[in-house]
Ligand binder design. Sequence first.
Ligand code: UDP
Length: 414
Amino acid sequence: MHQPTLPARSIDAYAAVTDRERLDRLRSLAGALSDVRVLHVNSTAVGGGVAELLRSIVPVSTDLGVDTDWLVMDADDEFFAVTKAMHNGLQGDDSPLTEEMKATYRAVNERNAVEIESEYDLVVIHDPQPLGTIDRLRDRLPDAPIVWRCHIDLTDPSPAHLSFVSAYTTRVDHAIFSREAYGAPIETPPSSVVYPSIDPLAAKNRALDDDAVAAACDRLDPLSFDTPVVTQISRFDPWKDQFGTLEIFRRAREQVPSLQLVLVGSMAGDDPDGLEIYEQVAREAVTEPDVHVLTDLPDETVNVLQRRSDVVVQKSIREGFGLVVSEALWKRTPVVGSNVGGIPLQIEDGNTGYLVEPDDVAGAGDHVVELLQDEDRRTSFGTNARERVRERFLLPRQLADQLAIYVEVLDRDS
Ligand code: UDP
């Protein structure tokens, strides 16, 4: 296991972006946990929404006086191929799960679990990858409740994967899902729903001055914001459907010939499919000078792209939550997204963007064109979007919800 290097964060700085009552609630919950040591465990320090969340939640928790660590599993591609198959299986794919795969999962988890040496009062396990550390954690820290924070959509899981993962989830003390419906198929002890959030002060989301925006635009050359730009930012992954986004773009370009498309993706450390899908997407785009396929951009450049794009698209087939939607809405950019998973929690159809069924490429293309051709609508959607995210999807709200659960679980346990 290793501990990622984290940026410094001060809770006081959030007064600029959220209201006082919310921060007071957060401070009061943190006060109740001032003698508690929390450990978060996940499987990657970079790429994807879980790493993005922990990168901010952990230092803010510590600044609030809740002593919080984050450990990331050490594992090789063989393990990540197994856990990606589990992830896909739990999201409804028919991925195989052989005895050999299960053995790899158990062995890597056991090896990592022995490296948890410090004392903790509560452990939060993120997603299925580190669930196999449970037995060792129970032995080492018999008094520490274990919370399973599930970030994925479990509404239509493959039975083999569900049964393998359930053998672990029945033994945690509490589960947290991103939507009510996600928890229904799996056996867990008591559970709660907490919506994820974005960190408005992170480099990805914070306000930027004109010089920083100009510098990022230079880095994006030959992309130019002089003609309309539509963007999707996602790991290269079949569920994110970059090929569907290309189709939406091609349809929209029939009406808006100067349109450009930007497909940005990163390679998450725990996602072995990334490179292959990136190569397929890049091959497909090679004949299209107005399609820009970019990888591993710095956070500030992602920030500028989300800010300066005319429309953001999120054409997912499944989506646990989709932080990228709130990231764009926070920057006042309307989003056309699939009506799946966490996306409809974030987009108010016809008010901050549009929701379309995941196979409705024509409908998505029409909405993109409507927005591109109507600057007033983009502006009013953007204003609504900013307030909607401020109200529901910023870090202080999420952290308060989580701390309230820790208090409840520790009370129950004692
Ligand atoms: N992300 C990024 N660069 C990329 C692709 C993704 O910084 O090239 C970030 C994105 O901004 C977001 C996170 O990775 O913060 C993805 O989270 P999301 O919940 O949207 O999807 P997940 O990858 O967890 O399925």
